[in-house]
Design a protein around this ligand. Structure first.
Ligand code: NAD
Length: 272
């Protein structure tokens, strides 16, 4: 079993990374940052986002697992004190002998600029926002004009990202078994010229959404934890990707239980 560890870089996470290397070596696992079968993220949800973008080119051959060194995360569900148990699980299972995985959908975005076209995958979401002023853009769905948007921005999220930025925007929480993406508005302005739906929308696989900003605007594009400012974005097409992320699952942790523990704080039945 080839593995790599991505650490958040703080003292606790780095200490745990060294312990992981030590115990993994004893269990016969091989550190291989170029071709890992499994990527261990140690830190928080942001660390998993970094790990995903580091190994996005190997999604069909790599699975991911997260250990948290702060509070419980959506991606980081193993606790520091469970490290030895996790290594035992990782070392004794391989992709060939039945490592259990769950596969979650991703959003693909195709960005057309005056420099050309490039494609990215988002694990949580991408957003497009105005920098000095509001974003003015036309939104098409499946090549039909849908609305003329004016406001702070647009957020397009995956189901697993629906609990992140999308949730703060009032979007729905979606179970990650659904092959869909969600479009949420960020503070839209509504008047007689610019009129938007106001609700978030969920698009199925094979549908696509094009955002065409008014030319020359200074825009902020965020992709999970990464951001860049550009003036030359001509359009962005998003759809559910044909690729998925695989998480290694060595024990059940149902999505709705994770939602309850993260947002409501109940670790057990509140009546029990
Ligand atoms: P960060 O450290 O500010 O993290 C933001 C918070 O989002 C953390 O508490 C993290 O645990 C949580 N988070 C990340 N992914 C999640 C998920 N899938 N479900 C539930 N919570 C999740 O920033 P970062 O580490 O660079 O992470 C970038 C992420 O922050 C973005 O992908 C975006 O979703 C989120 N974000 C949220 C808001 C907001 O809610 N207003 C604004 C900007 C960014």
């Amino acid at each position: 079993m080839n593995y790599v560890v991505v650490s958040r870089g703080d003292d606790d996470s780095n200490r745990m990374m060294h312990t992981f290397h030590h115990l993994a070596g004893i269990r016969g696992m091989t550190l291989n940052p170029e071709e890992p079968d499994i990527v261990i993220s140690i830190g928080g949800d942001g660390t998993m986002l970094q790990a995903f973008h580091l190994y996005v080119h190997r999604l069909d051959r790599t699975s991911f697992v997260g250990i948290h060194t702060g509070h419980l995360g959506f991606f980081a569900d193993w606790k520091a004190i469970e490290l030895e148990q996790l290594i035992e699980c990782v070392a004794s299972s391989t992709p060939d002998n039945g490592m259990r995985q769950v596969h979650y959908p991703l959003v693909e975005l195709e960005i057309v600029t005056s420099q050309g076209t490039r494609t990215h995958l988002a694990l949580n979401e991408f957003t497009l926002k105005g920098v000095e002023s509001t974003l003015v853009a036309q939104i098409n769905i499946n090549d039909d004009l849908f609305e003329k948007f004016r406001g702070d921005g647009i957020c397009i999220s995956t189901p697993i990202g629906s609990t992140a930025y999308n949730k703060s925007l009032g979007g729905a929480l979606l179970h990650p078994s659904l092959d869909v993406l969600q479009i949420a508005e960020i503070a839209s302005i509504n008047n007689r010229v610019y009129r938007t739906l106001g609700s978030s929308m969920v698009l199925p696989k094979h549908h696509h959404c094009d955002i065409t900003p008014r030319p020359g605007q200074n825009l902020l594009l965020t992709l999970d934890h990464i951001s860049e400012q550009r003036r030359d974005i001509l359009s962005i097409r998003s759809r559910v990707s044909t690729q998925k992320i695989s998480f290694a699952r060595y024990r059940p942790f149902p999505f709705w239980r994770r939602v309850r523990e993260a947002f409501l704080g109940y670790e057990t039945n509140p009546d029990g």
